[in-house]
Design a protein around this ligand. Structure first.
Ligand SMILES: [Zn+2]
Length: 207
């Protein structure tokens, strides 16, 4: 029993190894959708396509927020949809997602939040935090309270809470951290070194 729990435990190192194994985390020299260059490419759909991995990630993230009385888990589409579902399943609450509309993220499809709701926002990878912040605005617009932000990967190497600036009452947790700077092409050190540039297919929109 003990061994089983140990094997299933998601540590940052194990998660990073698995992300590399399935091609969700690549290292090299990449042209991102934003037009910037980075030594790291992340595409979490490549791990979330495996339900056992998605379930483990959901359980691990849920464990970081199990004391906060979360009533609903909300993620921005597309990256946050499956993740919100898995985290919500582990917490035994419902899940919802926000969608892009006219430059913001909105709750559609009859998803309703009330001022009594305690919301955990989730996102697969945090780069600039834009989609999380736009989702936060949608949630706060309903009067619901945001109690946490859960991430699979924090690309800012631990500066997510600072980058988001949602306030000290919002707990920010990430399962793994990578230091993934992004540079305008004319300031990219990898270009200067002459490292071959890769443009990955089907990237996540940078948010
Ligand atoms: Zn470059």
């Amino acid at each position: 029993m003990k061994r089983k729990r140990e094997r299933k435990k998601v540590t940052s190192d194990r998660l990073l190894a698995r992300l590399r194994e399935v091609g969700a985390l690549l290292e090299g020299h990449f042209h991102l959708t934003s037009g910037q260059h980075s030594p790291v490419f992340v595409q979490c759909s490549r791990i979330m396509q495996y339900p056992p991995d998605a379930a483990l990630i959901g359980e691990a993230l849920a464990g970081r927020f199990s004391d906060l009385g979360v009533s609903v888990v909300v993620g921005p589409a597309m990256g946050g949809v499956l993740l919100a579902h898995e985290v919500a399943r582990a917490l035994g609450v419902r899940s919802a997602f926000t969608e892009k509309q006219d430059g913001s993220q909105v709750l559609r499809r009859g998803f309703r939040l009330t001022p009594q709701d305690r919301v955990l926002l989730v996102e697969d990878v945090l780069t600039t935090g834009g989609s999380v912040l736009r989702s936060a605005a949608a949630v706060r617009g309903t009067g619901a309270k945001i109690v946490g932000v859960g991430l699979i990967i924090d690309r800012t190497a631990g500066r997510a809470a600072e980058a988001l600036g949602l306030g000290p009452e919002v707990r920010v947790e990430s399962l793994a951290f990578v230091d993934a700077p992004a540079y305008p092409p004319d300031q990219c050190p990898l270009c200067r070194e002459g490292v071959g540039l890769v443009r990955p297919k089907d990237q996540d929109p940078v948010g």
